[in-house]
Design a protein around this ligand. Structure first.
Ligand SMILES: O=C(O)c1ccc[n+]([C@@H]2O[C@H](COP(=O)([O-])O)[C@@H](O)[C@H]2O)c1
Ligand SMILES: Cc1cc2nc[nH]c2cc1C
Length: 343
């Protein structure tokens, strides 16, 4: 069952939050984007005091059958090798999660590798990678439902008020581009990018593969059908986790192009989910800026990141703390006896 997500709008609370923010010892609006972020946190948590408690990053990993079409600059084995790197604390996400006090959970959603009983790995493998969607749908409806259910169950069991999303999966920018094109109607050329580093010729080939695949599966139009046809297990599991986390009124930290494509699917199922999302950054991946625009999203950071793993999510955590802390802790003009604006 897809969770029902309620909007966060509350006119009376919005006014209280605006008053609380405007009464702080600062010129009106001078904390810029942190002010709208603080107001969003307050509406999500239904309070004029907010808490950024036990932030967690979930990194979902899976393989993609479409790599057989030669659409990535890297071999498929990098997916499981990077999962090992996450478990060994050596990846960028390990560094940034540790630096910013985030718990890190690495989930095998469908990697084409047997990890054995590896400490720290969350085993939710749906299958050893998806099928090649250039030939047949990536997953069955049942596999897609299983991935969504696992994601929902994982999010349900998380403590804390913030969930950041990340992913690892060689080939998954091809999935994400197909999802974006199919669900938004944006031209393919605006959805397909270099991923891990394709050459211009490689990008043209990738776009041709997606174009042929979309034509082959033209019947897939409903969001869940589109997800099963072009998605990855990590993308479907993320979509499930996002839906459950929003139902639980958590703050969702959205990472780059692939994470946003999972959110796009979730938002087509439950549009109110967008109220709970903080868009951590605009990725350097070609389609991301437009995908954010499609979702009406305003990213916090623009650092040219295009790594994935949840790195943008982890880097945005200090900004969440800053927004929460100024709202909770700053003095008001009255309490600090600071003179207000003269005219
Ligand atoms: O997050 C992004 O915007 C992003 C952009 C480009 C690449 N990636 C990462 O690179 C991998 C997919 O790239 P590719 O070229 O194999 O499709 C996958 O592991 C993603 O985490 C991530
Ligand atoms: C090395 C490497 C690390 C990654 N992390 C996320 N996607 C990745 C892709 C590659 C190739």
């Amino acid at each position: 069952m897809i969770p029902t997500i309620v909007p966060i709008a509350d006119a009376a609370l919005s006014q209280s939050l605006a008053d609380a923010i405007n009464n702080k010892t600062k010129p009106l609006g001078s904390l810029g984007r942190l002010e709208s972020l603080a107001a969003q946190l307050g509406l999500i948590q239904r309070s004029t005091k907010v808490s950024i408690d036990q932030p967690a990053i979930l990194v979902f990993a899976a393989d993609h059958g479409v790599v057989a079409e030669g659409i990535s600059a890297f071999p498929q084995d990098v997916t499981w090798q990077m999962v090992e790197n996450f478990l060994g604390n050596g990846a960028a996400i390990n560094v940034f999660a540790r630096q910013n006090g985030c718990a890190l959970h690495v989930v095998d959603a469908g990697v084409n590798h047997e990890f054995g009983d590896r400490a720290g790995l969350v085993h939710r493998k749906v299958a050893n990678g998806t099928r090649n969607f250039a030939i047949e749908p990536a997953m069955t409806a049942q596999e897609c439902a299983t991935a969504l259910e696992h994601g929902m169950a994982l999010a349900r069991d998380l403590p804390g008020t913030v969930v950041g999303f990340g992913e690892m999966g060689i080939g998954n920018t091809t999935s994400a581009a197909a999802l974006m094109h199919t669900l938004t109607g944006q031209p393919l050329a605006r959805c397909v990018g270099a991923g891990t580093g394709l050459t211009p010729d490689g990008i043209r080939h990738k776009a041709d593969v997606v174009a042929a695949s979309v034509a082959r599966h033209a019947h897939a139009v409903q969001p869940l059908e589109v997800l099963a046809t072009f998605g990855g297990f990590e993308i479907a599991m993320m979509a499930g986790a996002m839906l459950k986390a929003a139902e639980q009124r958590k703050v969702l930290l959205i990472d780059g192009f692939i994470v946003t494509s999972a959110l796009l699917v979730a938002a087509r199922l439950q549009p109110n989910i967008l109220d709970y999302c903080v868009f951590s950054h605009c990725s350097g991946e070609h389609g991301h800026a437009l995908l954010l625009e499609e979702l009406g999203a305003r990213p916090l950071l623009d650092l040219g990141l295009r790594l994935g793993e949840g790195t943008g999510s982890a880097l945005a955590v200090p900004l969440l703390h800053a927004a929460a802390n100024f709202l909770n802790e700053m003095a008001t003009f009255v309490s600090a006896q600071v003179s207000e604006r003269s005219a």
